[in-house]
Each structure stands twice: as structure tokens, then as C-alpha cells.
Design a protein around this ligand. Structure first.
Ligand SMILES: Cc1ncc(C[n+]2csc(CCOP(=O)(O)OP(=O)(O)O)c2C)c(N)n1
Ligand code: SF4
Length: 357
């Protein structure tokens, strides 16, 4: 069974957001993933983030590849546009959707197999092209849908369910995103909603390419002792460098809101976002600078060598240019242009051709 609709009836007094929508209006159909799969927690975090931001669901394009992770867009934002593409090819579809309609919020969901194995080339190019989107990898270190083969993010020495060690070096997608030029790079854990929801909000509102690598355990094939992507391993080996909180312009009061929860005290910094909102950063490691790409890459790599999972906001450049700025695209969605604008005639075409001679 791949699709189970949710009942439409809900309690009449559910809280509503600024659009008059309840959280249920941001949900999708009933999940058919294994009970306890980390991917369902990521979907729930996306629902919460979008509902709290009061974003209109019909203004979303959600795109994915193939895998248990790539099935999850069915489980959130029912009223949005969606495209479940081919294994590893989500970036091509996301690029087309975003270039055709710059007014859509674009959210891509992929797996570590989908992105780091078959889709690695597509991933590299969507990062460097700075497509304006939030790209989430539900990273479980395994091919869940095809029953537990090692994926390319699986750590060397980490074992399969039957105890066989992985012989190959892992690909770290956060490091790749940093190295190729993403303007927003974060890593989180599906079991840490407090950290993940603000990161999703900030990633959605970031202009340009935002990447979140979410460690999302596969309870069926990669949650045993010996796995470095299990709930137990990530809980005992992760360290947050920078916690983030996303505050919209209207909500923001001078002095700002504290990042409460149970974080250790640290230095705070407010980063202005393009839409006038504020990203409040809580630096838990004083020596870590989330605006220094090279140092961030060094720190992520050092933690990887030591078997530690570094989480939180790893890097942000709020002034990063996006694909539309780079390409100087038209300000309106292509479907809002009339025939004369879309087809300016043979004189214009001759002019363009002449400019290449
Ligand atoms: C071109 C192609 N090759 C192989 C497959 C088989 N296949 C389907 S899903 C998958 C791996 C999924 O792993 P991942 O992306 O990590 O997602 P997960 O299921 O773990 O969430 C593979 C190899 C396919 N569907 N298409
Ligand atoms: S096989 Fe793994 S990734 Fe797929 S739904 Fe089950 S727990 Fe999740």
C-alpha cells in the first residue's frame, strides 16, 4: 500500500496560523514508512516549520528522487505542487521548476543513496548553480527502499546488520556543499526537532541554495550496534557548534528572543535575512565562525576523522547570490508572461545571435 488519505475532519478548535490554516492543512497522506523511521520525523518538522511560518502551501514545489526518503513529500504539504522524479535526478527537476517560477518555495527531499551515489553529479551541479531552494538529505547511510545495501555516506568500518564492515571511505555531503559554494549548510538529526525545525525555517527563507544533511536512522536496516547512523550512535557522538533560531521581522523585538530550550550558554549573533527576518545564532563553540567557509570545512572534516557528528548551522552567507541574480532572469514567473514577452520576434532573435558572433 503506497497511499492512504487522512480523514478530513478535525477538531474545530485547532489553533490556526496567520493564514487561518491549522497544522493539519500542511500535512500529507498517512505515512507508509516503517514505524520509527527517522524520515517521518523530518516530514513532521517540515510540517511544523511551514505552518509556523504561515507559508501558503500552494506556493510550494516539492521535488524528490527515488527511495523511502523520496516518498516522504507525499506525507507533507498536500496542497502544493509535487514531482517524484527518477533516482538521483531530483536536481534537474528542481532547477527547471525554480527557473520557470521564481515565486515558488522549492523544497527538495533526497536520500543519501539518491544524492551521494547515483545522484552525486547532479548534486554537485545544483550546489554550484545556487538554485534557490532548500535541499534536504534524509541520511541513513543505507539504501532503505532496496533493503539495506551500504550507501556512499556509510562510514568506513561501520557494519551492516549482519556484521560485515564497509570497506570504503564515506562521502560527506555537508563538506561537499561547503566546498562547492552553498550559501547555507547545516547538519541535524531527525531525533532533534528542537534543532531541526528552526534550521528548516531558516533554510526555506535563505536566498540561494540551502542544504541540510539530516541524519535520519533506518530502523529496519541500519540502527544496530556497529552502525554510525543509529539513534544511539548519533545521540552519543554529536556536538552542536551553532544553534539557530528563526525570527520573522514582525515578531522581532529589540534585544531579540532567547534561544531557550536546554542549550548551554554561548555568544549570540543576529543575521539579517533577505526578507527582513532575523536568524539568531547561538554559538556554543566560541572558536567556531559560521561565516568562515574554509574553517567550517576544516572543522567538519576534523570531526569526521574523529568519528564525531558535528551538527547545527555550519555555514551561512546571507548575502550569497542566487541563480536568478547570476543569470539575470526575468522578475516574473514564466507562466505570467504574455506571448509578446515570451516570443519577442525574429528581430530580437537576430540581435541575440549577432551578440554571439
Ligand atoms: C536508476 C535506478 N537505479 C536503481 C534503482 C533502485 N533503487 C531504488 S531506491 C534505491 C536506493 C535508495 O536509497 P536512499 O536514496 O538512501 O533512500 P532511502 O530508501 O534509504 O531513504 C535504489 C538503489 C532505481 N529505482 N533506479
Ligand atoms: S526501510 Fe528504513 S528508510 Fe525505509 S521506511 Fe523502513 S526504516 Fe525508513
Amino acid at each position: 500500500m503506497t497511499f492512504v488519505a487522512k480523514p478530513r475532519v478535525h477538531h474545530p478548535r485547532l489553533p490556526v496560523n496567520e493564514l487561518g490554516l491549522t497544522r493539519r492543512d500542511y500535512e500529507g497522506s498517512v505515512s507508509t514508512l516503517c514505524a520509527g523511521c527517522g524520515h517521518d520525523s523530518v516530514s513532521a518538522a517540515i510540517v511544523q516549520a511551514c505552518a509556523e511560518l504561515s507559508l501558503p502551501p500552494h506556493r510550494f514545489a516539492k521535488v524528490s528522487g527515488i527511495g523511502c526518503s523520496s516518498k516522504t513529500p507525499s506525507y507533507f504539504l498536500n496542497r502544493s505542487h509535487g514531482f517524484n522524479s527518477v533516482h538521483g535526478r531530483m536536481p534537474s527537476v528542481a532547477t527547471g521548476a525554480n527557473l520557470a517560477n521564481r515565486e515558488l518555495y522549492c523544497i527538495g527531499i533526497s536520500g543519501d543513496g539518491d544524492t551521494a551515489s547515483i545522484g552525486l553529479g547532479q548534486f554537485a551541479h545544483i550546489v554550484r548553480r545556487r538554485i534557490n531552494m532548500l535541499y534536504v538529505v534524509d541520511n541513513n547511510g543505507t539504501y532503505g527502499l532496496t533493503k539495506g545495501q551500504f550507501s556512499a555516506t556509510n562510514d568506513k568500518g561501520s557494519t551492516s546488520k549482519k556484521g560485515k564492515p564497509n570497506l570504503y571511505e564515506p562521502i560527506d555531503l555537508a563538506s561537499m556543499a561547503l566546498q562547492i559554494g552553498a550559501g547555507f549548510v547545516a547538519r541535524s538529526f531527525s531525533g532533534d526537532k528542537r534543532q531541526l525545525v528552526p534550521l528548516i525555517k531558516a533554510g526555506l527563507m535563505h536566498r540561494g541554495f540551502a542544504f541540510i544533511d539530516v541524519i535520519s536512522p533506518c530502523v529496519a536496516f541500519n540502527n544496530h550496534n556497529g552502525s554510525t547512523k543509529s539513534y544511539t550512535y548519533v545521540r552519543s557522538h554529536s556536538e552542536t557548534v551553532v544553534a539557530a533560531d528563526y525570527v520573522r521581522g514582525g515578531d522581532f523585538v529589540a534585544g531579540g528572543q532567547e534561544i531557550t530550550a536546554d542549550y548551554e550558554p554561548g555568544t549570540t549573533e543576529d543575521v539579517s535575512m533577505p526578507d527582513g527576518s532575523v536568524l539568531r545564532l547561538l554559538k556554543l563553540d566560541d572558536d567556531y565562525d559560521p561565516h568562515d567557509r574554509v574553517a567550517a570545512l576544516g572543522h567538519v572534516q576534523a570531526c569526521q576523522e574523529a568519528g564525531e557528528v558535528v551538527t547545527g548551522l555550519l555555514y551561512v552567507d546571507p548575502d550569497a547570490a542566487d541563480c536568478h541574480e547570476i543569470l539575470e532572469t526575468v522578475q516574473r514567473p514564466l507562466n505570467a508572461l504574455d506571448e509578446a514577452e515570451l516570443c519577442p520576434g525574429s528581430g530580437a532573435l537576430t540581435g541575440i545571435n549577432d551578440s554571439f558572433r
